[in-house]
Design a protein around this ligand. Structure first.
Ligand SMILES: Nc1ncnc2c1ncn2[C@@H]1O[C@H](COP(=O)(O)OP(=O)(O)OP(=O)(O)O)[C@@H](O)[C@H]1O
Length: 587
């Protein structure tokens, strides 16, 4: 089984990283090599300088050691810099590709990944990869290189001490290996409790107004405190484990020095090695144990980042549920008339075989007509209209525009033909002009104002100092719900689409404003096929066709007077909403 496959994939996902990773390992090798030449020089200094009283050897050796130390430090610094380049470069590239990937997601994919979860992946998970890539580049091979080089030096200088060297390294590696495994589990638990805390935070911040209005702060505070406490405890565990590391290092170092001095001393007395070798030996241990100690600290974090790599790989590998057909038609949006036909359309959010949200829907909308969908809540109105711009793909049947199957129309072309004002009106921070001209930032002031007039937004926009140049706050919070809806409608009609969808998009405006919008639109959008979803029957009275939906099926269709004549459900809705108004007034 491949070792840390997701982390490795993330580290080289940006192809340019290869050369930096390779270069940094050359620096690691050189730094370890020069670092370990220092003990060799110490041995020379003692054997040929101190013991024989040769001052010039002592001076030469000291200067050479200084030179080696500078070189080892310089290569370590270069490695540190390159490791930072690898970490930051990987994080930057990942942020770009994951963000771009999310932009390709269809509604079906977005249903799977809540916004909060995607944010955590884009921030926290990428940060973990950044750190892991940095640490892996810096330390993964440092200790192994040092062990190998030191082994060669020990073998050349004092082969009789090789067994002590191997014994100490193996004991240390096993001890730190166990500590690493414990730390890895503890880091995973820490990550799990952090995720749990983040979930509560995201939910609470999104629903802070509801929490306040139900005076549930105490309840939510308790819920958060529980997660917060779990996170505190889980964060303490690895720190406790790590506190064992330094004493272990000192213990091993002390014991191994004693062993070397005892056994080495006997070897010196026997004339097998010289005193300098013993000192050099203790230095090797010191350098190697220091690296192993660092490795045991960073390795668990590197391993823990594998889970982050997996979460990012999942996003990167997600295939959009709506794709362009390979045989997509080269169609010119300007030539489309806007005839929409549903042919036995069914759709299930769970895919083929799942519970159908709309069933066996067939109808035709002629160019320039208005089709309204009416029905109880949950009857499938929004689902149905979301199929037209291919936010979701039909599970069965097909939808055509001017005879072209929409699955064969490239999505970017389809969405210039079809515009939508969604149920929840979303505005972006920027100017009002930028929001209305969202589809085409080159739109003129006159075009923007024309759309705004038709959406009955010009009145309140003109009353603001700076009118169309005035600022829209994030999420449009400086406008009322009705004003946001009108700006969203203006945005949808500004590019003059051939097909316009209004998904209950006048629910927050009063009936008088709604009828002004409808009158203005029927003039401006004469050639546009309009689909509207409504809860209010007053919204649909003037539609050419009203489609009555119940439990995902069409139960009747016709204009207002036809349905008043024959549909009990329609009459019931009418009576419940406009019961006080004489039928003749609206027929
Ligand atoms: N994203 C989704 N994932 C799974 N099921 C969904 C999703 N959206 C809607 N549904 C289900 O599909 C059915 C139809 O929902 P839809 O939103 O189309 O109804 P609607 O008539 O527009 O309702 P409302 O008038 O309340 O907006 C409902 O049973 C709903 O629970």
């Amino acid at each position: 089984m491949a070792l840390l496959p997701n982390l490795r994939r993330m580290m080289i996902i940006y192809r340019g990283n290869w050369k930096w990773i390779a270069l940094s390992q050359i620096f690691v090798l050189l730094s370890a090599f020069f670092m370990l030449l220092i003990p060799v020089q110490i041995a020379t200094l003692i054997n040929l300088g101190v013991i024989t009283g040769n001052i010039s050897v002592i001076v030469d050796s000291a200067l050479t050691m200084l030179f080696f130390a500078i070189l080892a430090g310089a290569f370590a610094m270069a490695n540190l810099y390159v490791a930072a380049l690898v970490g930051e470069g990987t994080a930057h590239y990942l942020r770009t590709i994951v963000y771009e990937k999310i932009q390709t997601f269809s509604f079906g994919n977005l249903d799977t990944y809540p916004v909060g979860e995607m944010l955590v992946r884009l921030t926290n998970d990428i940060y973990q990869i950044n750190m892991a890539a940095n640490y892996a580049t810096r330390y993964m091979l440092y200790a192994p290189f040092m062990i190998l080089i030191a082994l060669v030096f020990v073998y050349i200088g004092s082969p009789s001490l090789v067994w002590i060297f191997l014994l100490v390294i193996i004991i240390t590696a096993v001890l730190f290996g166990v500590i690493s495994l414990v730390l890895q589990k503890q880091y995973q638990e820490r990550q799990r409790t952090l995720d749990a805390e983040n979930n509560v935070l995201q939910e609470d911040f999104a629903g802070v107004r509801v929490i306040k209005s139900f005076v549930m702060q105490d309840y939510e505070n308790k819920r958060f405190e529980e997660k917060n406490e779990n996170f505190r405890l889980a964060s303490l565990s690895p720190l406790r484990t790590m506190s064992l590391q330094l004493p272990s290092i000192f213990l091993i170092l002390g014991l191994s020095n004693a062993l070397v001095i005892w056994y080495g001393g006997m070897q010196v007395i026997a004339g097998v090695i010289e005193v300098g070798e013993i000192v050099a030996f203790t230095q090797y241990f010191f350098f190697i144990l220091a690296q192993l100690w660092i490795l045991s600290y960073v390795l668990p974090q590197i391993i823990a980042a594998e889970a982050s790599g997996g979460r990012l790989a999942e996003l990167i590998d997600t295939v959009p549920t709506v794709l362009n057909a390979p045989d997509a038609e080269a169609l010119i949006p300007g030539e489309i008339k806007g005839r929409v036909e549903f042919e036995n359309v069914s759709f299930s959010y769970d895919g083929p075989g799942g519970k159908e949200a709309v069933k066996n829907i067939s109808f035709t909308a002629e160019p320039g007509t208005t089709v309204a969908f009416l029905g109880p809540t949950g009857s499938g109105k929004s689902t149905l209209i979301n199929l037209i711009p291919r936010f979701y793909d039909t599970t069965e049947g097909r939808i055509t525009i001017d005879g072209h199957d929409i699955k064969k129309i490239p999505q970017d072309k389809l969405r210039t033909i079809v515009d939508i004002a969604l149920q929840e009106s979303v505005l972006f921070s920027g100017t009002i002009h930028e929001n209305i001209a969202f589809a085409d930032q080159d739109m003129t002031y006159e075009q923007v104002r024309e759309a705004s007039l038709a959406a009955d937004a010009d009145g309140f926009v003109s009353a603001i100092p700076g009118d169309y140049k005035s600022r829209v706050a994030r999420k449009g919070t400086n406008f009322s719900g009705g004003q946001r809806q009108r700006l969203s409608i203006a945005r949808a009609i500004a590019p003059h689409p051939k097909i316009l969808i209004l998904d209950d998009s006048t629910s927050a405006v009063d009936v008088a404003t709604e009828s002004r919008i409808q009158a203005a639109m029927s003039t401006l959008m004469k050639e546009t096929t309009i689909f509207m979803v409504a809860q209010r029957i007053s919204t649909v009275l003037t539609a050419d066709t009203i489609i009555l939906l119940d439990q995902g099926e069409i139960v009747d269709k016709g204009n207002h007077s036809e349905l008043m004549g024959r549909s009990t459900l329609y009459r019931e809705i009418f009576e419940s909403q406009l019961g006080g108004i004489r039928k003749e007034d609206v027929s």
